[in-house]
Design a protein around this ligand. Sequence first.
Ligand code: PLP
Length: 427
Amino acid sequence: MSFTNDQGAGESQVRSYSRSFPTVFTTSKGDLLRDHDGVSYIDFLSGAGSLNYGHNPEPVKRQLIEYLERDGLTHGLDLTTSAKLDFLHAFQSHVLRPRGLDYRVQFCSPSGTNAVEAALKLARLVTGRTNVIAFSGAFHGVSAGSLAATASDYYRAGLHGTLTGTTHLPYPDSPLGGYDTLDLLRRMVEDPNAGTPKPAAVLLETVQGEGGVYLAPPEFLRGLRELCDRHQILLIVDDIQAGCGRTGRFFSFERAGIVPDLVTLSKSISGYGLPMAIVLIKPEYDVWRPGQHNGTFRGHQLAFVAAAAVLDEFWADGPDGAFAAAVRAKGRELARRIGCSPAMDAGARLRGVGLIWGLDLSAVRDVSAGKISNMCFDRGLIVETCGRNGEVIKILPPLTISEEHLAQGVDVLLTVLRLAIEDAPTP
Ligand code: PLP
């Protein structure tokens, strides 16, 4: 190989994950990746939530190969195709109908940020208002409209003046502690002289991923739903990272029993890491004119084939099926093991649900999450950081991870934490 990825092989310096995991990956299967030296790594990153069903899941791969061999369309604009209809049918019968949900499906350009763009545009079209409420710690993508709702200064740097139409409120949990956001929002919306324009929508992640794995309490979500209803404000849940089973339910908002007006899904919706993004729209808000939000790559047929296949494989047995229950059980075991580890005595805090967990090291003296991630990589575990300053270890294994590899990955993480804490200089 003539380049190592340290040199970037001519790639822009904007590259990011490749810096944290400096090797050349060649193959992957299930919960493991392999590099060019034959070293195996347990995956606690899952393509940042795009590989909920693991790498190259066998039944899905078979269907993709079969589809390719019979020359099914690969690209389809937004033509009606058998692959698209199969996906829509599976989505209705395995996901929407069993949960009593009535949504239309909008196909977007195949990245999460484009689904967020579409949802924001639609909320503004429906209400005729422009301002959107988003939250501290939020991540919604990096194209201009979504970036206006993303809170991180790192991503917004230099563009502040151009990122308009969004007001950020404190998320109900954050590094600064809990906050009564509902009361603040109520005062903004119900006081005619509040000084802030009535919003078109409230956009949120019910579990913030990039922000540091903070959870919105169910009662907050229910209160928000009620407030939005009372004032004809659209509630948009960005389920791009926390959806598709990550929280132990197909949708993250099932935890609170609410029904958003619009939902964005991407990452694991295709089930195979293939690019795909959709917006779910309550029928009464589907006011688009034909082609008003278009895009050449809305019809990635292989993504549709894979998406239908994973729904058949993992979600055909109802909202409380075996797969979701197994995700919750694995999450409980992971939390139990980390929760009783010495790292907690040293000040670590653990937050999460299902199989999205954040181990917050901000109060652990002289131990950085970045260093822990590097040390894990040296021992065959891929795990990333998140949070305001990368102070949180984000544990995001494939939902299909074997109990054995989950336990091994946790062993590596706890060993590394112990070594780092022991190595920290005494005050
Ligand atoms: N929304 C959330 C909650 C995300 O986590 C992400 C990506 O991490 C996005 C939106 C943006 O998705 P994409 O990177 O595919 O544009």
